[in-house]
Each structure stands twice: as C-alpha cells, then as structure tokens.
Design a protein around this ligand. Sequence first.
Ligand code: AMP
Length: 227
Amino acid sequence: MEHPIYHALLFGPPGAGKSTQAEYLMQHWNLAAISTGKLLREQIAAGTPIGLRVREVLARGELVDDALMIEILRAWLAAISPDNGFLLDGFPRTIPQAQALDEILAELHRPLSAVIDLRLSVSEAVHRLGGRRICYGNGPDEIIHINDEAAIARCLERGGLLVQRPDDLPNVIVKRLAVYEAETEPLINYYRARGIAHRVDASGERAQVAARILSAVEGIDHPPPVW
Ligand code: AMP
C-alpha cells in the first residue's frame, strides 16, 4: 500500500517499547529509522572515541551532551534520500535538541508530520525494564522478558546469550524515568501546540500498540497486525 512520506518522532519513557514499534513502523511506512540509544550502545561496544566518551554517561542513566547528539543527527538526516520518510527514536530528548532539529529540518525542507507520544505508567515501565533481557548471538538481537519462559528457551536453544543492559539495573531505571519526566516529557507540549502530536496507550501486546499508533496517525481504524 502507498503511504505518505512520514517525518515522525517517537517519544515514550524507557520501557514503552519505542525500539520494538520503530522496527515495525520502519517497515510498514518504508522509513529510514534511527535509535540514538542503540547507536550509542554500538559505539560503546566497538570502543570508538564516541563510545569511550559516552560510556559512563549511559551507565549512570544521564543524557549525553546536546552538541554531540545534534552533530550525529545532523549527519544522519542529511544522508536520507528525499523519497524516504524517517522516524527518530530517542531524539530529541531536550528543548535545545528540539530547537536544533527544527533548524536542521527547515534547512532540509522536511517538516515534521507526526509525533507519537507513547504513554506507560511508571509501575508498568519498572516491571518491563527490570525484567528485560536481550538475547544476543546466532541471529538478530531479541528483547525478552524474564517471565516469558518460551522465549528464554528459544534463545538458549539457538545458542544465544541472555544479557541485561547495564542501564536496566534498578537504581539506573529510576534515574532514567526521572530524567525522562524532567527533560523529555516537556517536549511533548512543544509539539502539541503544532497539532501533530498523537497520544498512544503503550500498555498491552506490541501488536495492539502498533494498531493504536497506525490508527492515531493515519486517522483510520487498524486491527492489530500479525507480528
Ligand atoms: P534509550 O535506548 O533510548 O533508552 O537510550 C539509552 C541512553 O542513551 C539514554 O539513557 C541516554 O544516556 C543516551 N541517549 C540516547 N538518546 C539520547 C539523546 N537524544 N540525547 C542524550 N542522550 C541520549
């Protein structure tokens, strides 16, 4: 099906399922997508100069400085073909980042068309993050919850390794949720005034959440997709 070219942002507290939904939306809407958190974790794993610079910041659950993040985004956005839409997962996180994004997109003549605001209660976010593990190795990385015995068995069968993100430890989870509330949540008002923000309930199954996002942004009812 043909879709408009979306220029979209994905907001939500840690644990809201941003990267899971970003992966789905990217395919469904034919978008280039970037997760700034994932990009930083890859830099850390590869031991690059950027990785060394930000490792401690991520481990504390704090935000990386605006200048570095803006530089990374500027280069990434400039490289996207005009035929592709885009989805930003994890950027902007602060008002200066949002202002810089406006300037970059104005230069590129690519105004924002949708802001997806995933909502999740603090207790649900803590439950999801505290139990979150990543299955690494022998295939694509998979996010798994420790209560999901079938998924754990599948991971071990394929020779995968279950790993906990260092910033999913309890004291860092609390810090990340507090940073989101203080620094990032106010941004939603910044976009709400433009009439392009869509509030979406992020509780429940991932397919249900995807259906809510599609219905909100496209303005037509969608059943949950087969995942
Ligand atoms: P996430 O995977 O989105 O939860 O991001 C993980 C961590 O990466 C965050 O806790 C921050 O330390 C860092 N990070 C990701 N995106 C940004 C950003 N736009 N600005 C500052 N720090 C970021």
